[in-house]
Design a protein around this ligand. Structure first.
Ligand SMILES: *Cc1c(COP(=O)(O)O)cnc(C)c1O
Length: 328
């Protein structure tokens, strides 16, 4: 089976050191008291570009050989991965093209060009944008770097797992936001290699949990994509998934699903009790603890994965809104 091993994650850690932030892990007295076990927060939302995706993107870009770097990298993401890839490519002096559809609003387009990436605007959907990615790879030899299902991306995200074990050697439970599974596959590979008895738990939103549905079906399946406070957790895992489905199935102990109101409560707890601004996707570990949906039986680490939330939405959630409709 195709799987990313600990050696590749340790290589990634050496490769990206000095290029990404080494984020801290801090105790949460509020959550420790609530759960009756020591709870720590891994503050990865402090990562440059505002999300952990810079680790995978940096590892992938720095792994290119000279001619590949010359031809450049291409992706179809307008979210945290697109931002991270643009940033990593610029720092490495590599060309970066981000393909997107006509539906992507102007402010998101400008954010990508501001990071030094070129834009290709094609068609009316993410699928149309992906067709352009495939064409640029075929015709111009550009290197496609997808957001999760790629060994160098998984290895880069896995470096978070090494840091968690370094900072909390006694860790027994790790809570990880889960969408396409690049993050949890890398972290689980690292944590299980170092602490075989520690549990790694994925947390997704009930609205469109593609990995959970795929695990239940025993193969990658599509789910309807619905608007969620945890927008960075939306999207499928890909019908031809090569790495993250199998790694999640084999390495992850449990997947927990949350309602929008539970995610909102997680954002509020992060803000009021921890004084951290996080996006919905990053609040799910805290939210799962607050909702009593995980059995925190020993020292626990919840990963805060990003902070790229529209601040007007954040303000409305902090003021009590329990979902997107509620905040509208
Ligand atoms: C991408 C992302 C995730 C999920 O990562 P996957 O590798 O797709 O599972 C979680 N949180 C944030 C902030 C993200 O940007």
């Amino acid at each position: 089976m195709a799987r990313v091993e600990i050696a590749a994650i340790e290589d990634a850690a050496r490769r990206i050191a000095g290029h990404v932030r080494r984020t801290p892990t801090v105790p949460s007295s509020a959550l420790s008291e609530l759960c009756g076990v020591p709870v720590h927060l891994k503050l990865e939302h402090w990562q440059e570009t505002g999300a952990f995706k810079l680790r995978g993107a940096t590892n992938a870009v720095l792994s290119l050989d000279g001619p590949e770097r010359e031809r450049g990298v291409v992706a179809a993401s307008t979210g945290n991965h697109g931002r991270a890839l643009a940033h990593a490519a610029k720092k490495a002096g590599a060309r970066c093209v981000v393909c997107l559809s006509n539906l992507v609003p102007a402010n998101k387009r400008e954010a990508i060009t501001a990071l030094g990436a070129e834009l290709r605007v094609v068609g009316r959907s993410q699928d149309d944008a992906q067709v352009e990615v495939d064409r640029l790879a075929r015709d111009e030899g550009m290197v496609p770097l997808p957001p999760f299902d790629h060994p160098a991306i998984i290895a880069g995200q896995g470096t978070i797992g090494l840091e968690i074990v370094e900072d909390v050697p006694e860790v027994e439970t790790v809570l990880v936001p889960l969408s396409g599974g690049g993050l949890i596959a890398g972290i689980a590979a690292a944590v299980k290699a170092k602490r075989p008895r520690a549990r790694v738990i994925g947390v997704s939103m009930q609205r469109g949990a593609a990995m959970q549905a795929s695990l239940a079906a025993g193969r990658p399946v599509e789910v309807e994509e619905l608007p969620s406070l945890a927008d960075s957790l939306g999207g499928g895992i890909g019908p031809d998934n090569r790495f993250t489905f199998a790694m999640t199935r084999d390495l992850v102990d449990e997947v927990v699903l949350l309602s929008e109101a539970e995610i909102a409560a997680g954002i509020r707890h992060a803000y009021f009790a921890e004084r951290e601004i996080v996006e919905g996707a990053a609040a799910v570990g805290i939210a799962a603890l607050l909702a009593g949906k995980v059995d925190a039986s020993g020292p626990t680490v919840a990963l805060l994965s990003g902070r790229n939330i529209a601040m007007d939405l954040h303000a409305r959630v902090v003021a009590g809104a329990n979902g997107l409709e509620d905040a509208a």
